[in-house]
Design a protein around this ligand. Sequence first.
Ligand SMILES: [Zn+2]
Length: 368
Amino acid sequence: MRVKFKRITYIFIAAITFITTLHLGGSGDVVQAAPNVNMPGAIWYSNSNDVGFWPNNVHNAVVVYANRRTTNPNGHLHQFVDRINEANQVWRTALGINIVRTTNRSIANIIAYAGTRNEMRAILGAVGTTYWGFGAFNGPLHARVNIAGRERLVTRITTATAVHVDMPGMTLLQARQLVAHELGHTLGYDGHPTSGNVNNIMTQSSLGQGGLVVQPNEARHLRQIYNLFKRGAAVVYRAHVETTGWQGWQGCGQTGGTAGQRRQMEALQLQLHLHGIQGGIRYRAHVETIGWQPWVANGATAGTAGQARRMEAIQIELTGTVATRFHVEYRAHVENIGWQPWVRNGATAGTTGQWLQMEAIQIRLIPR
Ligand SMILES: [Zn+2]
């Protein structure tokens, strides 16, 4: 039996300022057993418990076909190829994956339509009376992932469709954001952000506000899924901080430790989550009065806990196959200096010999 798991997310706008969502899906199919993956430190930034990702394919890219049907030369969806190219760039930047447009529909992963409501109805049948567009993805359940204390369902996407309605009076900015928004859905962003940040691409009520940059929490929401299930690895970490001890796990470039509180970081633990790929992570800390400690790996403690000694610097490296697929990048927040530039793959973050405490760290994996 081929198990299907389906989610459809609509942008649904009944009036200029009235915006809501409608989710269709969970079509009664049985969800098959899928591996459970625990991801401490991962973040969730959607009102849905579903998410999807495009697996690796022969093109090593997500391929989008722009099917413009609109005959309205004055609408901002008339230059649909430009809109799609721009949306692809917005999400390439956010996710670090290849997203390209094709003129060959037969090799496309995502079919994106633009047209008047009647034109959309002629192609797709039921297209509601009010919404501006929707994006939907389909595919089998790939994993159950525990993130932020809840089980989330990860779909391995096999097909996706985006529809953009050429709304009368739509501004150029609304059209650009609409296409980026629906592309986000077809890349696996189900639901909408839990925050109403007007700069969000995936917040419906921000349509027409802000710009065309996927905001950090939106990017992390999908990027952590793509890094783990498409690319094979994600990193999480937690810091031991003066007077408060071990913090919670962080990931995806979030801040471990504290910035701007003048509290020293004393220890750090790092873990890799791997999916179909071998390897590990090793790291060593430079500690007050001790200097460089021996390398430790895969969740062990670097630095000291309970000795009130400041960490001053750290080096981090990937080992095994994962090192051939990712860079590990990190940066330190240092007393009197603030955030230093990002460094990668074993270089030193922080300082040595200057008696300056490390206060915070951010770590991320970048696909090679
Ligand atoms: Zn939406």
